[in-house]
Design a protein around this ligand. Structure first.
Ligand SMILES: Nc1ncnc2c1ncn2[C@@H]1O[C@H](COP(=O)(O)OP(=O)(O)OP(=O)(O)O)[C@@H](O)[C@H]1O
Length: 626
């Protein structure tokens, strides 16, 4: 019944039969199991006392349970001999209670340890994820990263309670029960061992299949999480394109993969459970036969046979625990290796907590690129072919060029999101690799191309990374970025929620929030990547005035396509195909650079009259040349 349920959602074109790893996983070295367990031990070490205490109490609970058949035996023998049994019955009841309470306390302590291990893993994973190098985030999709941080770390919980403690407890209990059985009757012990060992060999043959099924189920969960992250990240586009069905299919593919392999695990799991029961039943029948004959021959008492049979059923929990532990070991190993893989991604050095902000105006920084060659990690083409340029302190420099020329990448290199293959980037003449990363970024205000806004309030968005901002400073940047009117209109002013990725704001409002956030830092170098593209003429003019106004205390570098933004720049750098093509003012470039003229005529909407005049001037200049 259960097996057919998800098939009702299965589409005829479903392509979920492939079990290849997701494309992003190819080529990545698999983390060795040994590394994964080394990481696990690192988390377990601080908890060793609690593990010992919890494990000890669980064991004590189990042992006190073990004495029960001995007392039961004396009750039966006393009954046979018509002796009083009250004392033995009271002792039996007390033992049951003590073993239950002690066992429960031990279990709680172990579960607490498990939760603590999960917490420490998650804390390390969180810190790793947030300090990852930008280049590393290109390797694993965010959905997969989230799945490792949540689903895989959750699976590690069973490493403590099930895999480790139950192995030890199960093994100790098993040995103790077998010893007690041996004291009762060694012939019956050998009979039991023969049956149990046969069963154990059969169970062991199924374990490798179980491990691979568990790993594939976890990869299916990661696939699902990646697909949902992708869809939710572009939710409106998905809706507008009517792509819900196809995106659902991609996510369902991951879900079905997880379901299919989890079923395999469940099937093997339940088979193993049933197998243990059958093994014990077979052992029971064998012991009953052999034991009955020995009681009849007087080789053992009936009480000993009953106690032996009770011990036989006592074998079920430790045997079950050992087998379950083996199963969980495999599941945990797969989860831990995915987490360990994440822990081995390269991170940036952690920067110190942000200091209280100063109100003093900053001094503008100069910027130099010297023969910088860069390509994105992987086997992609070279993006910058040895570019060199200078941006003097103060003033505004604009980067223009066709799409894909490498303009935004210039900003990524300044922020050290990536490192050049060769060449040097200098801030105030100093190689930025010699600067402390936190200090470098603190000196820079950066507004990304799509002006990201985070879920939360406008205040949260402005103060991100700056917990100690006073109201006066906030008002300053709100006015500068022309946000005053919007904040005044909103029901809760600066404390209005902006929705997931700022969806409750217009594109232009998001851009202004992002600009205000950058201005609040009073940066020495302000990098603006097409920040006026969505502003109306009035707001664009106003913002341009603000940007022009701060060029005395901040060096402003903009990437822009709009003529209105570019033409007011002190210098313009024209990039094409990863090279610097020309540098000059708007007027100089109009007359000297054909590409700039073309850009001006098309992307920048230059009035045709102005273009014709510039072209005429250019040909006059050429004509005048000797
Ligand atoms: N993370 C990345 N990984 C690989 N290649 C990238 C990455 N980001 C950008 N590129 C490639 O690098 C080249 C330069 O991109 P860049 O964003 O710097 O161009 P741009 O001049 O800013 O373009 P636009 O004006 O369209 O924003 C492009 O060919 C782009 O495809």
């Amino acid at each position: 019944m259960l097996d057919t349920a998800p098939d009702t959602a299965r589409r005829p074109d479903a392509k979920d039969e492939h079990d290849d790893p997701p494309p992003h996983e190819s080529g990545r070295p698999a983390i060795l199991r040994a590394d994964a367990w080394r990481d696990m031990l690192r988390y377990l070490r601080p908890q060793r006392r609690r593990i010992a205490l919890g494990g000890g109490l669980s064991l004590l609970g189990g042992f006190s349970g073990l004495i029960q058949p001995v007392i039961a035996k004396s009750v039966v023998e006393n009954l046979e001999a018509r002796s009083p049994v009250m004392a033995a019955l009271i002792a039996l009841t007390a033992l049951v209670l003590v073993s239950a309470v002690v066992g429960a306390i031990g279990t709680f302590i172990l579960m607490r340890v498990s939760e603590s291990v999960v917490l420490s893993t998650r804390r390390e994973v969180i810190r790793r994820v947030l300090w990852l190098r930008v280049a590393e985030t290109d390797k694993i999709p965010p959905g997969d990263l989230m799945s490792r941080a949540t689903a895989d770390t959750t699976l590690m919980r069973s490493a403590v309670t099930t895999a480790i403690v139950e192995t030890v407890n199960g093994a100790v209990m098993l040995v103790a029960i077998l010893v007690l059985m041996g004291f009762m009757d060694w012939v019956l012990l050998l009979t039991t061992l023969a049956v149990v060992l046969l069963g154990g060999v059969l169970v062991a043959t199924g374990l490798p299949q179980l491990e691979s099924a568990a790993r594939r189920a976890q990869e299916g969960v990661a696939e699902l999480s990646t697909a949902l992250e992708r869809a939710l990240g572009t939710f409106r586009t998905i809706k507008a394109s009517g792509a819900e069905e196809s995106e659902a299919e991609v996510a369902e593919q991951g879900a079905r993969r997880a379901w299919r392999h989890s079923l395999k695990v469940a099937r093997l799991d339940s088979l193993v459970g049933a197998f243990i029961t059958v093994t014990i039943q077979v052992a029971f029948l064998a012991v009953l036969g052999v034991g009955g004959a020995r009681v009849a021959s007087g080789a053992m008492s009936l009480g000993s046979l009953i106690a032996f049979l009770l011990y036989l059923f006592y074998l079920v929990p430790p045997l079950g625990a050992l087998v379950t532990a083996m199963i969980r070991f495999n599941v945990v190993a797969a989860a831990m290796s995915r987490v360990s893989e994440l822990l081995r991604l390269r991170t940036e050095p952690e920067s110190p907590a942000p200091a209280r902000m100063t109100h003093t105006p900053s001094t503008p920084a100069s910027l130099t690129f010297e023969d910088v060659v860069f390509r994105y990690p992987g086997d992609g083409p070279v993006v910058h072919h040895g570019i060199s340029f200078e941006v003097p302190a103060a003033g505004m420099t604009a980067f223009v060029g066709p799409s894909g020329a490498g303009k935004s990448t210039v900003f990524s290199l300044i922020e050290r999101f990536y490192e050049p293959e060769s060449g040097t980037v200098r801030l105030d003449g100093q190689d930025i690799r010699d600067l402390e990363l936190g200090a470098l970024r603190a000196a820079i205000g950066y507004v990304e191309q799509d002006a990201p806004v985070l879920a939360g309030t406008i205040r949260d968005n402005l103060c991100i990374g700056m917990p100690y901002v006073d109201e006066g400073e906030l008002r300053r940047v709100v006015d500068q970025a022309r946000l005053g009117e919007l904040v005044g209109r909103l029901p809760h002013g600066l404390d209005t929620q902006v929705g997931h990725r700022g969806t409750k704001l217009s594109g232009g409002e998001r851009q202004r929030v992002a600009v205000a956030r950058a201005l609040l830092r009073r940066p020495r170098l302000l990098l603006l990547d097409e920040v006026t593209s969505q502003l109306d003429a009035r707001n664009e003019n106003a913002l341009r005035e603000v940007i022009t106004g701060i060029t005395a205390e901040t060096t402003v570098v903009v990437v822009a396509h709009r003529l209105s933004t570019v033409s007011t720049a002190d210098r313009i750098v024209v990039m094409d195909g990863g090279r610097i093509r020309a540098v000059g003012t708007h007027e100089e470039l109009l007359s000297e650079d054909a590409l700039y003229r073309e850009l001006a005529a098309t992307q920048m909407l230059l009035p045709v009259s102005q273009l014709e005049a510039s072209a005429a001037r250019a040909s006059d200049t050429l004509g005048e040349r000797p």
